[in-house]
Design a protein around this ligand. Sequence first.
Ligand SMILES: Cc1cc2nc3c(=O)[nH]c(=O)nc-3n(C[C@H](O)[C@H](O)[C@H](O)COP(=O)(O)OP(=O)(O)OC[C@H]3O[C@@H](n4cnc5c(N)ncnc54)[C@H](O)[C@@H]3O)c2cc1C
Length: 411
Amino acid sequence: MILIAGGGIAGLVMGLTLHQLGLPFQVFERVAEPRPLGVGINLQPNSIRELFDLGLEAELEAIGVRTRQYGFYSKSGREIWVEPRGLHAGYHWPQYSIHRGQFQMMLLRVLRERAGDGAVITGAGVAGYETSGTGATLILTDGRRFDGDVILAADGIHSAIRKQMVPGEGDPIWNGAIMWRGTTQARHFLGGNAMFLAGHDSQRFVAYPISAEDPETGLAEINWIAELRVDPSRALSKGDWNRPADKADFSPAFDGWDFGWVDCPAMIRASGVVYEYPMVDREPLPSWTDGCVTLIGDAAHATYPVGSNGASLAIIDARLLGAAFRDHGVNRAALLAYDAAQRPRVERVLRANRGKGPDAVMQMVEDRCGGVFDDIETVIPRAELAAHAEKYKQLSGFSVEVLNAQPPSLG
Ligand SMILES: Cc1cc2nc3c(=O)[nH]c(=O)nc-3n(C[C@H](O)[C@H](O)[C@H](O)COP(=O)(O)OP(=O)(O)OC[C@H]3O[C@@H](n4cnc5c(N)ncnc54)[C@H](O)[C@@H]3O)c2cc1C
């Protein structure tokens, strides 16, 4: 029996993968009644390929937006670099921009339809574990104990299992930036299905649609993020995704960010509840595995939300672990094979994200010309911009040629 702590993105994709492989499993989710929490996320073609292999193509199409293009702009709205995405970039699979909560609810519903309601026990908070070389026991906060062959910790950035595995690690590490996140009913911009990032390291605005335009109103749900560096002494609840915030804390800094092709202050004004989230990550670990227990998703590798890659990494973890169970059996050897294959790769992504990953070009433009230019070629040659973008895709495992040529993880 495979015991999974946490029914978020990683835990549910893990459950679907184990069901596909015909392996017995049980998911334990702390929340009693899961609700569609969060705002927008992006799923890259490498993870979409895995979700299609799980038969979720129609489900994704029903709730996601196929991202067509992705671009960086200066703080005055001038175009630095724009590239096609998903099918438009030549991948065999799309990229989707999607509401995190709707995506999680879809995964939960499909898992229950396929594996039965009992596959996910809700209201089951995990407190810790005991392990030997040949099995593990999951301990819930109410004292219940469940014996299994292995435990997979998919319990997110504040993982109780990681806390036990890495005593004294403390809170996630904050880099001094805060992201305010919201959604607004507005029209698509830049020709539709486009994501943009504008500004530089100290101040950024990011937006992308997570629904199609309504045929009657012409409006869509637009996900946006306003990011600022703030006084580091400010008290923050580190890594709470659902902390409502006051728009007055950040909106004045974006006055004047009406670029003509998009009006950022109007988007902030027209939104409903705004959530505040500090830019945090965690130090990479020398191992994710203790006996017959291993970490997946944010429990293993919370990274800055740079490069639109966090949920995709969690999905790939689950699929690689599935392949390891198929190849080695449900045992510690499989956990170690997954750990050895995925941990060094993810550590490179985490470190690249600390250096701002692909977004670093925005600060380069700010440093070189204060964000004002007529021809980007005179600031950074386009060939250099192209090489920078490609480097991150290779590092993260979604370079077009490599991904298209790769055999399926669970073929
Ligand atoms: C409520 C919420 C909102 C989010 N909103 C956004 C967003 O707007 N944008 C974005 O980019 N990312 C968001 N994220 C993070 C994003 O989902 C993850 O970075 C990524 O998808 C990796 O998924 P994960 O499954 O590893 O972690 P998560 O998606 O965080 O899932 C972890 C799961 O484990 C459960 N859990 C936690 N502790 C325990 C425990 N002790 N016992 C049992 N279960 C436990 C949680 O309730 C959750 O369901 C959000 C996460 C959460 C939980």
